[in-house]
Write a protein that binds this ligand. Structure first.
Ligand SMILES: C[S@@+](CC[C@H](N)C(=O)[O-])C[C@H]1O[C@@H](n2cnc3c(N)ncnc32)[C@H](O)[C@@H]1O
Length: 415
């Protein structure tokens, strides 16, 4: 057997090893610095420092993990299926082409990756001002827009629309306001408050808006599979029904929708109409009847929307539609047997960002909505990190951040 000879390191090897060691030490130092940085600027500085750490040592494990963590905190995961939603993208492309005229000043609220802003520039806008409350998203969008050769036509403003001042951030009020800030029930991403401000403070009096209006609809549905998914009667022989009180509202992902086969028991009934051109943030309540046109077990009231972007151009998230938006279902406490011709009374209520639905039983007074099941105030949980009172760092957020920081919550449930 051949004897192994000891390896003699050349001075170049020694120098290289020393270089690697110093790079790792520098990356370690930068990672400690990144962890102590507050996220009050939305993570910009933390991201830059982590970028420097990875430039020094591209394989630094902790730097990579923290960078990914920061990205996941800052960029809700629904951005990706949303950008892959061809029906949504195409509807916006058609509506923007129909409503933006050459020479228009366009305000695009909620830049994201920059898609709607670029569509407005393509439609001939004189200039597009697009705002984005998350600075890391705004930074990436600026890059996307540059890569598409549109930097001279689009200005990215890394701010909340509410903080934009005409004459400071944008030179004149907008001719057209474009936004796509609606969740599965239209209201949860704060569109009403945002557009109330934008249409009065940032747009010309006769400005056009995309979207124009939306309708929230309710429908009785039967689905054993949905019930099993959210309210399993038993597990391994144990009765779990006392836990069902926590599962009154189901956030249904597109995959759940495909897997659970919701059977409509009747037509949709319009519950609220939302005007995005002249929005109104006043709460509203309605009591209405949902009708059964076939027999079955009523398991839930499904809420869906249709949103008109421009005349004849709509996006929808009804039972039969695809797309990335989820659906929301409000379960009945107990399934009810229904025959064709039966009706079920519900009370629905909304404020600026939340929707509630209560299903009446025969003894519930029509004016008593105390039993209403409120959807979680998703938007309130999603205040940007920089608006929080207590400074949060990446290190503390790892311990304290609720799951919502990933954005995988009620807004646009993914998968
Ligand atoms: C649903 S995405 C849409 C992105 C892009 N417009 C599109 O349609 O592909 C909405 C984006 O708007 C941002 N946003 C929501 N409300 C905002 C507001 N009032 N001001 C600034 N940004 C906002 C969110 O951070 C998010 O990145």
């Amino acid at each position: 057997m051949q004897e192994l000879q000891p390896v003699t390191l050349t001075p170049q090897h020694h120098a290289y090893q020393e270089h690697l060691h110093q790079a790792t030490q520098e990356a370690d130092r930068l990672v400690q610095l990144a962890k102590s940085e507050t996220l009050a600027d939305g993570g910009l500085r933390t991201s830059q420092i982590l970028g420097q750490a990875l430039a020094a040592d591209p394989h630094h494990h902790e730097a990579r993990v923290l960078q990914e963590r920061l990205n996941q905190m800052s960029v809700p995961r629904w951005h990706f299926p949303m950008l892959a939603d061809k029906a949504r993208n195409h509807a916006y492309a058609r509506a923007i082409a129909a409503k933006v005229k050459p020479g228009d000043v366009v305000l695009d609220i909620g830049c994201g990756a920059g898609l709607t802003a670029m569509l407005a520039a393509r439609a001939g806008a004189k200039h597009v001002y697009t705002c984005e409350q998350q600075p890391l998203i705004a930074e990436a969008a600026t890059q996307v827009i540059a890569q598409n050769g549109l930097s001279d036509r689009i200005t990215v403003i890394a701010k909340w629309s509410h903080d934009i001042v005409v004459g400071v951030d944008i030179p004149e009020p907008a001719d057209v306001v474009v936004s796509e800030i609606v969740d599965t029930v239209l209201l949860g991403e704060g569109a009403l408050a945002t557009l109330t401000h934008a249409m009065s403070a940032l747009a010309k009096p006769d400005a056009r808006a995309i979207p124009e209006h939306g309708t929230l609809m309710a429908q009785l549905v039967e689905s054993d599979a949905l019930l099993d998914l959210w309210r399993p009667q038993e597990a391994e022989g144990f009765d779990l029904s006392a836990f069902h009180r926590f599962a009154k509202v189901a956030q249904i992902t597109p995959n759940d929708m495909a897997a659970c086969t919701l059977r409509p028991l009747g037509p949709t009934t319009d519950v609220f109409k939302i005007d995005f051109t002249r929005p109104n943030i006043k709460p509203a309540r309605t009591t209405t009847d949902l009708f059964c046109s076939s027999s079955g077990a009523i398991h839930a009231v499904l809420v869906s929307f249709k949103m008109t972007l421009a005349p004849g151009i709509q996006v929808e998230n009804g039972v039969k539609d695809g797309g990335h938006w989820g659906r929301t279902a409000f379960f009945l406490d107990q399934p009810q047997t229904a025959r064709s011709g039966d009706r079920q009374t519900i009370t629905a209520q909304h404020d600026a960002a939340n929707l509630s639905v209560s299903v009446h039983d025969p003894v519930l007074d029509a004016n008593d909505a105390d039993a209403a099941v409120w959807m979680r105030a998703a938007w309130n949980d999603q205040r940007p990190l920089r608006n929080r009172r207590t400074p949060v760092t990446l290190a503390t957020s790892i311990r304290t951040a609720p799951n919502d920081q990933t954005g995988n919550n009620t807004r646009r449930p993914i998968h």
